[in-house]
Structure formats: C-alpha cells, structure tokens
Design a protein around this ligand. Sequence first.
Ligand code: C2E
Ligand code: CA
Ligand code: CA
Ligand code: CA
Length: 279
Amino acid sequence: AQGLGRNRYQFYSPEMNERALELIGLEGDLRFAIERDELFLVYQPQISLETGEVIGFEALVRWQHPVRGLISPAHFIPVAEESGLIVDIGNWVLKTACCQYVEWMDEGLVSGTIAVNVSAHQFRQPDFIDTVEEALIRCGLRPEHLELELTESVVMHGIEDVLCKLEELDQLGIKLAIDDFGTGYSSLSYLKQFPLFRLKIDQSFTKVLPEDLEGGAIAKAIIQMGHTLGLEVIAEGIETSEQRQFLQALSCDSGQGYLFAKPLSVKECPGFLRNFRES
Ligand code: C2E
Ligand code: CA
Ligand code: CA
Ligand code: CA
C-alpha cells in the first residue's frame, strides 16, 4: 500500500478493520453460544383480526452475550448463515420452540401453531426434513401445530428441489408460510404450485398504513392474491389500531405486532395469554 499514499485509507479504513474483527470475534463466540446456553427464544403472539383471539406464536431467537450483552438476530443471523453455524442454531431453535409449545398446549394455554423461521442454508441441508421430523417426534408436537417461515429468496432459488421439499413437508402436515412477502422476487406461477398455507405481509408495508397509498395498495394486492390462491394472510409489524382496522377492512386474516404484544419471554407468555383472553 506504499505507493497509494493517503489514498490507501479508501481501501483499508480503520472502521473496516474494526468491523471485520468484530464479525470474526462474533463468529468465534457464536460457535459456543448453544453449549454455553447463551441463546434463548422469545415468542410473539399472532392474532386473528376477526375474533381477536391468539392463533399462534412466532419464535424469535436472542443471544445473551456474556460481554456484549443482548445481540439482535438481525446482527448475528447473517454471521451464522455465512459460517454455516445457522444449521446447528436453526435445529436448536426448532427443537426448543416445538418442545415449549407442547408444554403450553399441555397446560391448556395455547392451540394453533408455533411458527419457526428457517434460513436458506438450513433449508438447503439434505437432511432438513429429517431434522424437522425428529424435532416433532422428540417433542411430541403434532405436525399441524408447526409452521415454517421461509422467505421468497429461499423458495424461489433452485425451484425443482425446493418444490419437492415443500411437498414433503406438506405431506407431513406441516404448515408453510412465506415470510417478508413483497420484499423479494416471487414468481407468481411458482407461488401457485407451492403447497403454502400462509403469506406474511412484510412490516415495511404495514408500518406506512393507513396514510401511505402505495403501501395500502400493496397490502390490498397481497391479501387479494393470497385469498385467490386459497392462502391465509397475516400482516406483521402492526403497531396502531388504525393499521389493524385498515388491514381488517381489507379482510386480512391475522396480524402480529407491538399493538398486540412485543416478543415475550417464556415467563411472560402464560400471563399474557390469560389476560388477553379476558379482554
Ligand atoms: P422477521 O422474521 O421478519 O421477524 C419479525 C421482526 O419484527 C422481529 O425482529 C420482531 O421482533 C419484529 N417486530 C415484531 N412486531 C413488530 C412491530 O410491531 N414493529 C416493529 N418495528 N418490529 C416488530 P427480531 O426478533 O429482531 O428478528 C429479526 C429477524 O431475525 C427476523 O425477522 C428473522 O428474519 C431473523 N430471525 C429471528 N429469529 C430467527 C431464527 O430463529 N432463525 C432464523 N433463521 N432467523 C431468525
Ligand atoms: Ca419471521
Ligand atoms: Ca417477517
Ligand atoms: Ca421482516
């Protein structure tokens, strides 16, 4: 970098170095996060817009780092994806969420479905279906109570293999949802072939409601298309009652967001369920 003079800082800035080191450090720590019991799940309720009842929960992973504190999945899931650690983490999430849900079902607190996020790398594992089945068996959860959330980029990539896998999961009785719908690239003709149960409208469309006309038009289009294809539609990121009303008027089936509840700890869920049913 000698001859570059002060220009070298354009290519190799201290900030970049710090960022790279941080990611490397994070990856090293993440490798041990499961065995050190640093990962945990929080659960966000999903609500029927028609009846106001809880129809299920989405499991969301958290990392309590011993030094850095709580780390958001938006920060460490990409690291986990790139390093392949997401496979072990994803399996841990799946098993933990399924077993937790069985516990709540046995206590009569919940019915409906537990939704689990599946990343691209995880879905592409040849033994993905086996690990899903194993989680169900080990926890004693019936497949119709499990929903897998896949993004458009996961299902629109390598369509032949994907279709086979989705069909196998569907045969098992597991529900399939497309997450963050509208933010990726979906081929509508493939969408029609996939054995899907639900579309999740991304929160970027929900959060601009009810004022934003384009967001409203997109939400409306997704709901109509979803219903035409025989799918349920859920909106994520509902924060205000105006948003809820707007979506309900468009016949959106269900919703998720801070208006109803933030993602809750295992401890908070039973109390939430008792109170929410009463209101
Ligand atoms: P996502 O699957 O789209 O999850 C929704 C995110 O929106 C969650 O962020 C949730 O806490 C947040 N959220 C929920 N309601 C509201 C709301 O009303 N307003 C706003 N502004 N945000 C809301 P979180 O938990 O930080 O997760 C971020 C992303 O990390 C998730 O996005 C998902 O892509 C990924 N992720 C989380 N857990 C897992 C996991 O177990 N496996 C995989 N592969 N990815 C995960
Ligand atoms: Ca999700
Ligand atoms: Ca989402
Ligand atoms: Ca999202």
